[in-house]
Design a protein around this ligand. Structure first.
Ligand code: PMP
Length: 409
C-alpha cells in the first residue's frame, strides 16, 4: 500500500466553498457577503489609487530586480510597519526592544508567532494554552493547533446584546492559569465587528497584568475600522505603554488592498528592562531560523509597494485618504442597512449593525435563516450569520434588507 493511502479526505474550507457556490450561481440578483475583501460600490475589487501610484514608481525604476530579500524581509517596510502600530515615537524603538519580521501576510505572522510560542514559551517545561475569543477568525484554531499548541476560548460575543460580553471575558481571563497566551483582535474583530471600548481595554489589560498573561495581538484591519490608523492601534499602544511583553501579527491585505501579495509582519516587543535590547536580539535570531525553515525569504512585491507608500509623506497622506474612502463607504452601508431594516419594521433590533465596526457584522441570523437566504434569495454569507459589509452597495442593500425582512418574519 502507498504511504498516503490512509490519508482521510479533509472538508473543504467553508469560506472558499462559499465563494465557489457564489460563482456557480447565475442569478442576476446574487449578493456576495462572504469573504472579507473590500468591494467598491459596483461590487468590484478596488485597487487603491495610492497603490497604483506606488506600482508605477516601482515599474519605472530601471534598477529594480528580483533578488531575494533578507530573511527578516525588507527593512524599510518592516520598520515603518512597526511604527504604524506603536507610533513612531514609542520608546520601545529607542530602547531597541522591537523585533520585526516580514511574513506571508497576517496568516504567516500568526503562524510565525505560534511557532515561536510552541518552541520557546514554556512555563515549568510545558507549553501554555492559547485563549481565543469565542468566536474568532476560524483560521486561528488550526494555526495554533497545527504547531502543537492547545487552544481554548474566552467568552466574547454576547448573543443577547450582540455586543461584548466584557464580564464573561474578564472572568475567563482571571480564571485562566497565570502566563496564559491571550489572542486579542487589535481592532475590527472578525467575525463579530465588536471591539472593546477604551475603558474596557483598560480593564482587560488590568486583568491580564495581574495574571501575567502574554498578549498576542492580531491586527488585520488597522485603518479599516475607524478610518484612522492611530485610533485603530490604540489598544496595542496602551498595552505597550503598560509595559507588557507582547506579540503582534500585522496584515496589510485589507488596508492596502494587497490581499494576494501577502504583505505582513510579525513583531515581538520586549517589556522595558536593562536586558530588553539583548533579549530582543536573541528573539530575532530565533525568529530568523524559524523563518528560514518555513519560507526562507518573504515575498518582495507587496512589501515594496507598502514601503514606497509608508516612506513617502505625500503618498502616506494619500493612503490615509484611501482608507477613509473604504471605511467611509462601509459606515454608509451600515447606516443604510439599519435604516432599511427599521423602515421595514423587521422584527428584532438592528442597532448592532451600526454599533459594530470594521469589515464584518454579526447579524444574529441563525444558520437556518442563512441557508434560506442563500436558497431563496441568492445571498451568500457564512453560516454563523456574519456578513461582509463591503459586499453591500447602493444597488443591493435594499434587496438584502428585504430578503432579511422576509426570512425573519
Ligand atoms: N487575522 C484576522 C482576524 C483576519 O480577519 C485575517 C484576514 N481574514 C487575517 C488575520 C489574515 O489575513 P491575511 O493572511 O490575508 O493577511
Amino acid at each position: 500500500s502507498f504511504p498516503a493511502e490512509a490519508v482521510p479526505q479533509a472538508p473543504e474550507d467553508p469560506l472558499f466553498g462559499l465563494m465557489r457556490a457564489y460563482r456557480a450561481d447565475d442569478s442576476p440578483d446574487k449578493v456576495d457577503l462572504g469573504i472579507g475583501a473590500y468591494r467598491d460600490d459596483n461590487a468590484k475589487p478596488w485597487v487603491l489609487p495610492v497603490v497604483k501610484k506606488a506600482d508605477e514608481i516601482l515599474r519605472n525604476d530601471p534598477n529594480l530586480n528580483h533578488e531575494y530579500l533578507p530573511i527578516a524581509g525588507l527593512a524599510s517596510f518592516t520598520n515603518k510597519a512597526g511604527e504604524l502600530l506603536l507610533g513612531p515615537s514609542s520608546p520601545a524603538f529607542e530602547e531597541k526592544r522591537v523585533s520585526s519580521t516580514q511574513t506571508i501576510s497576517g496568516t504567516g505572522a500568526v503562524h510565525l508567532g505560534a511557532l515561536f510560542l510552541a518552541k520557546f514559551y514554556k512555563v515549568n517545561g510545558a507549553s501554555r494554552t492559547v485563549y481565543l475569543s469565542n468566536p474568532t477568525w476560524a483560521n486561528h484554531n488550526q494555526i495554533f493547533t497545527n504547531v502543537g499548541l492547545s487552544i481554548t476560548t474566552y467568552p466574547y460575543f454576547d448573543k443577547k446584546t450582540k455586543g461584548l460580553d466584557i464580564e464573561g471575558m474578564k472572568r475567563a481571563l482571571a480564571d485562566a492559569p497565570e502566563r496564559s497566551i491571550i489572542l486579542l483582535h487589535a481592532c475590527a474583530h472578525n467575525p463579530t465587528g465588536v471591539d472593546p471600548t477604551e475603558e474596557q481595554w483598560r480593564e482587560i489589560a488590568d486583568v491580564m497584568a495581574a495574571k501575567k498573561h502574554f498578549p498576542f495581538f492580531d491586527c488585520a484591519y488597522q485603518g479599516f475600522a475607524s478610518g484612522d490608523l492611530d485610533r485603530d492601534a490604540d489598544a496595542i499602544r496602551y498595552f505597550v505603554e503598560k509595559g507588557f511583553e507582547l506579540l503582534i501579527a500585522q496584515s496589510f491585505a485589507k488596508n492596502f488592498g494587497l490581499y494576494g501579495e501577502r504583505a505582513g509582519c510579525f513583531h515581538y516587543v520586549a517589556p522595558p528592562s536593562p536586558q530588553a535590547a539583548e533579549i530582543t536580539t536573541r528573539v530575532a535570531s530565533q525568529l530568523a531560523i524559524l523563518q528560514r525553515s518555513e519560507i526562507s525569504n518573504p515575498p518582495i512585491y507587496g512589501a515594496r509597494i507598502a514601503s514606497t507608500v509608508l516612506n513617502d509623506k505625500a503618498l502616506f497622506e494619500e493612503w490615509k485618504e484611501n482608507l477613509r474612502t473604504m471605511s467611509g463607504r462601509i459606515l454608509t452601508m451600515r447606516k443604510a442597512l439599519r435604516t432599511k431594516l427599521e423602515e421595514l419594521g423587521t422584527p428584532g433590533t438592528w442597532n448592532h449593525i451600526t454599533d459594530q465596526i470594521g469589515m464584518f457584522s454579526f447579524t444574529g441570523l441563525s444558520e437556518t435563516q442563512v441557508l434560506r437566504l442563500r436558497e431563496e434569495f441568492h445571498v451568500y454569507m457564512t453560516k454563523n450569520g456574519r456578513i461582509s459589509m463591503a459586499g453591500l452597495n447602493t444597488r443591493n442593500v435594499e434587496y438584502f434588507a428585504k430578503a432579511v425582512d422576509k426570512i425573519v418574519r
